[in-house]
Structures are given as C-alpha cells and as structure tokens.
Write a protein that binds this ligand. Structure first.
Ligand code: BGO
Length: 270
C-alpha cells in the first residue's frame, strides 16, 4: 500500500482536488487527540494508493494544531509521496509552504491549481521553468474544472514508485548552508539520515517542539547553540528570521524567473 499526502495552504483547492482524486469513497474522522478533521480515500481506480488529506497550513511551524499534525505526519509516517496543492493565483505566498515541504526531503509533486483563474488574469506562469527551478514536477491543474486531473493522477502513479530518487532540497545562502551542515553533523546518529536536513533547520530556527523532544546530549546542544549564535552575529539577525528571509529570497528568485505580470507586457509595448 502506498500513501500519498495532500498538503497545501487553506483555500487553495485541496478539498476540491481530494474529492476529484478519490471520488465518493472517503474515510472521515479526527486526527488523534484533536478536533481537526482527517480524510483519506483510495486514488480512483488505484486500490493500492491511499490519499491522505492533511490540514491546510501556511507553514510547518509548531504553533497551530494543523501545523503540528501536518509536520508530525510528514516526519513520522513518511508518506511515499507528497502532493502540494499550490494556489497559482497566490504563487509566492504558497511557495513558502512548498519550500518547507521540500526541506522534509520527501518526494514532492506540485499541483499548481486554479490555472483557469490565472489564464483569465493576464498573469503568465511558465510551468516548465517553475518545475526546472524547483527541481520537482509541477502540473498545472484546475480542480474545479477538472483540467489535467488525469495527468496529475498519472504523475502520482509514476512517482509513488519506491525506486524514485529523493528530490533535491532547496539550497540557501552558503553561510546558512554551512551552519546547517555543522548542525546536521551534530545530529548524525540521533535522527534518521533522511531527516537530517529538516531537523538541522528546525534546530537552527530554535523550534521549541524539536529542541524539547529530541534526545540529544548537553555537549551537542551547546555546540548547536554556538553555531546558531555565530550565524546570528554574522547575519546580524535572529536565527528564525535568517531562515524566513532565505526562503523568501529563494521564492523571489524563482518567481522572478518564471512569472510575467500583465503590467510587464504593457510596459514592454509602451
Ligand atoms: C468556493 N479553480 C477555481 N476557479 N476555483 C477553485 C479551483 C480551481 O481550480 N479549485 C478550488 N476552487 P477548497 P481548501 C466558493 O467554495 O477546495 C474553489 O481550503 C464558494 N463557496 O470551489 O475548499 C473552490 O480545501 C462561493 O470555492 O480549498 C472553493 O484548500 C463562491 O476555491 C475555493 C466562490 O477550495 C476553495 C467560491 C460557497
């Protein structure tokens, strides 16, 4: 049995897509211990693939039940594939979660939803370029109009193959990358090798949940603290802001290369 997790920002069309992918046969309950709805169902016509809907989130921080459920599921249950439902009309904001999903090191596909709205807006997104820049498959879809859903299903079936190699993770500023590499070294043998980068980022962000719940000796904790303080001096910023800025810089670079605004046409013609 292979498990495909459906992640995305609230209002991005995740429920509409989940219904398209699974049809009428759905199992609905609550996530353990919380009143957040959990839905799952078989991929239509594929009884060996389960689609698990995850709560809508903007981030994988530890502040809301939705974020905690999502990150716990991704890191602990390790689904075979994550489908990130990205609202194409809010590309930059949605890519913030995409980057964090990539940071988990799990295989990822972007379902770029609401392309029907984008088509009518004058904004142009070069989807092939977006896929190339992110290093992951991107399929433009309209969950509402049923556009490219068969193509997405095909991509899902193709990518749940366990032989699929993990996707490249986004690389940030090289000073940040070297701090993360040093933290990852301290965490080697403590967390599983596939999760090293995710934990390194979470330790760097001073994520309370991860600092509290990871079994790590005092010497390594102190070493990680020193790495973070050095980076904070170097960047003259707090560690969580360093990560947030790194993600936004990455997104701005990617969007700058694959999005053409309506005004750009007007300006070039005038
Ligand atoms: C309402 N294209 C367009 N145009 N709309 C879409 C698409 C798409 O590809 N996909 C979803 N929507 P959810 P989350 C609504 O409910 O799936 C629409 O939170 C309305 N409702 O129809 O719920 C979808 O699960 C009244 O819109 O998202 C829904 O991720 C007026 O996006 C909304 C207008 O989808 C959110 C829209 C009473």
């Amino acid at each position: 049995m292979t498990v495909v997790a459906l992640a995305g920002n609230p209002n991005g069309g995740k429920t509409t897509l989940f219904n398209r992918l699974t049809g009428a046969h759905q199992t609905v309950g609550n996530w353990p211990g919380v009143t957040v709805e959990s839905k799952s169902g078989y991929l239509r016509g594929e009884n060996s693939v389960i689609i698990q809907d995850l709560p809508g989130t903007y981030s994988l921080s530890p502040y809301t039940s939705e974020e905690l459920i999502t990150r716990k599921f991704l890191i602990e249950a390790e689904p075979d594939l994550v489908v990130d439902v990205v609202d194409a009309t809010n590309l930059e904001r949605n890519l913030y979660l995409t980057l964090q999903l990539m940071e988990t090191g799990l295989p990822l596909i972007v379902a770029l939803n609401m392309i029907d709205v984008v088509k009518n807006s004058g904004r142009r997104i070069n989807i092939n370029k977006l896929a190339y820049l992110l290093g992951i498959p991107v399929i433009g879809i309209s969950a509402l109009k049923n556009t490219n859903i068969a193509k997405l299903k095909g991509k899902i079936a193709e990518n749940v193959d366990p032989q699929t190699t993990p996707y490249a993770v986004p690389e940030y500023d090289e000073r940040l990358e070297s701090a993360l590499a040093m933290i990852a070294k301290d965490l080697t043998g403590v967390v599983s090798p596939e999760d090293l980068r995710w934990y390194a980022i979470k330790f760097f962000e001073r994520d309370e949940e991860v600092w509290e719940n990871t079994v790590l000796d005092a010497t390594r904790r102190e070493d990680i603290e020193n790495i973070i303080s050095t980076a904070e001096k170097l960047f003259a910023d707090s560690s969580d802001s360093i990560i947030v800025n790194a993600r936004y810089e990455y997104i701005a670079r990617v969007a700058g290369m694959c999005v053409i605004e309506k005004d750009d046409f007007t300006m070039s013609l005038s």
